[in-house]
Design a protein around this ligand. Structure first.
Ligand code: NAP
Length: 253
């Protein structure tokens, strides 16, 4: 039996988009472990999302699965309304869902731009727009948006992706200014090279080239990112808003 107030996020209700795999899974496990009831969003991969929930529950956490496409405004609105109807509130929103569609710029079709922007940037807009309605009424909320090192450094072959991630930084800072008076903190986390499905296809030569540029001499893990996110939504980060926190082994300073 859990004693109320025992863990840092006890009583909090969290939503992690793209919680079925990689960084999102690690974040969901971390938040549930800290006591938050955590909704694990996914779009296609139900079995992977179930596995996230199993890991959360095995470690004594609580949560539930929630399937929706972050780029679909109506679906996002219904899902977040559903959370508030079931739990009475939404305290923590982690906008983690994202895709990469890499390629040489001159060969990039407008449809690629649209897909990447719809999921990576409009997805964050959709979730923030729905969740902040409730957070404003509560006068408490914590939002963390997943950007990327390439938003700041740029990367050949990732024009659409890096533009979407740079957009997230502008959104984060403007929202932090607008919602600060309502006690809603909005921050971004910018991972470097993290070992997940997103980076698994990069061959050894490509991986070696990146590692050569990382002062700490290794790639990162989803847990390296998750602990920073958990800190940002905890009471220990109450005076941090509008920031971009880098988790990249020194790849970009
Ligand atoms: P990943 O392993 O490819 O997982 C992507 C997650 O996003 C999955 O849970 C996927 O759900 C979900 N997703 C994709 N499209 C969605 C949509 N339309 N609606 C809802 N969920 C959707 O990615 P990752 O490496 O963990 O990356 C997580 C975040 O960190 C992304 O925003 C990524 O851009 C960012 N990031 C990653 C790295 C890195 O090196 N890995 C570096 C910098 C930033 P399904 O399982 O259902 O498909």
């Amino acid at each position: 039996m859990k004693t109320p107030g025992e863990k840092p996020l006890d009583g909090k209700i969290a939503l992690v988009t793209g919680g079925s795999r990689g960084i999102g899974r690690a974040i969901a496990v971390e938040l549930a472990g800290a006591g938050a009831f955590t909704f694990v969003n996914y779009v296609r991969n139900k079995e992977a999302a179930r596995e996230t929930l199993r890991i959360m529950e095995n470690r004594g956490g609580e949560g539930s699965l929630l399937s929706f496409d972050v780029s679909d405004s109506d679906a996002v609105q219904d899902a977040i309304r559903g959370i508030t109807e079931e739990k009475g509130r939404i305290d923590i929103l982690i906008n983690n869902a994202g895709i990469t569609l890499n390629g040489i710029f001159v060969r990039t079709k407008p449809e690629v731009w649209d897909s990447v922007m719809d999921i990576n940037l409009k997805g964050v807009f959709n979730c923030c727009r729905s969740a902040t309605r409730y957070m404003m009424k509560q006068r408490w909320g914590r939002i963390v948006n997943m950007t990327s090192v390439v938003a700041l450094s740029g990367n050949a072959g990732q024009v659409c992706y890096s533009a979407s991630k740079a957009g997230i930084i502008g959104l984060t800072k403007s929202l932090a200014r607008e919602l600060g008076p309502r006690n809603i903190c909005v921050n971004a986390v910018a991972p470097g090279f993290i070992e997940t499905d997103m980076t698994v296809s990069i061959d050894d030569a490509g991986r070696g080239k990146v590692i050569d540029q990382i002062p700490l001499g290794k790639t990162g893990t989803p847990d390296d990112v998750a602990v920073v996110v958990a800190f940002l939504v905890s009471g220990k980060a109450d005076y941090i808003t509008g920031q971009v926190i880098h988790v990249n082994g020194g790849l970009y300073m």
